[in-house]
Design a protein around this ligand. Structure first.
Ligand code: GNR
Ligand code: NI
Length: 172
């Protein structure tokens, strides 16, 4: 098990479109374990494989609060099969440290995926779980929260992140 490095915007690997998982092999199970460990260490409510430079269609989510037992959910080859309503949620992203912004999403989604054992399941999601599923699925398509911001906010966040990443690479 290993905590992996989370890529930050504007790393071009965040724009890769992830490929479907053909078979849940031991290597894929290991990747899922690393993703869970990386998400809990961050900490975050979700993590997509593209965020650690692994372009496979996999994300993990745990929306349990600190005083609840953890509930890891693993989604392999996820698809949204139904969506309903609209909601606005103040989102954050581990690839945009320190940035939060209100983003429009569907209020409810039904997602179909394979679990960590490769077994198919469907899940109805609302509130934070629905937001997280849509946020993570975006990552697998190379879509980032900045793409869903208004033009002004987009420019501010782009400049802030580029400046910060430039100074980080200068001091590393
Ligand atoms: O940790 C995270 N919190 C969060 C809060 C509101 C909406 C979406 C998220 S996902 C984010 C982790 C992350 O970047 N996943 O890709
Ligand atoms: Ni994110």
């Amino acid at each position: 098990m290993a905590v992996r490095t989370i890529l930050h915007y504007p790393d071009p690997r965040l724009r890769e479109k992830a490929r479907p998982v053909a078979e849940v092999t031991p290597a894929i199970k290991q990747l899922v374990e690393d993703m869970a460990e990386t998400m809990y260490a961050a900490p975050g409510v979700g993590l997509a494989a593209t965020q650690i430079g692994e372009p496979h269609r996999i994300f993990v989510i745990d929306i349990a609060s600190d005083d609840e037992p953890s509930q890891l959910r693993v989604f392999i080859n996820p698809e949204i099969v139904a969506r309903d309503g609209e909601l606005v949620w103040e989102e954050g992203c581990l690839s945009f440290p320190g940035v939060t912004e209100d983003i429009d999403r569907a209020a409810k989604v039904r997602v179909r995926a394979l679990d960590a054992e490769g077994k198919p399941f469907e899940l109805d999601c609302e509130e934070l779980l629905a937001v997280a599923v849509q946020h993570e699925l975006d990552h697998l398509d190379g879509v980032l929260m900045i793409d869903r911001m208004g033009a002004l906010k987009k420019r501010i966040v782009d400049r802030k992140m580029r400046r910060r990443e430039a100074s980080r690479s200068a001091t590393r």
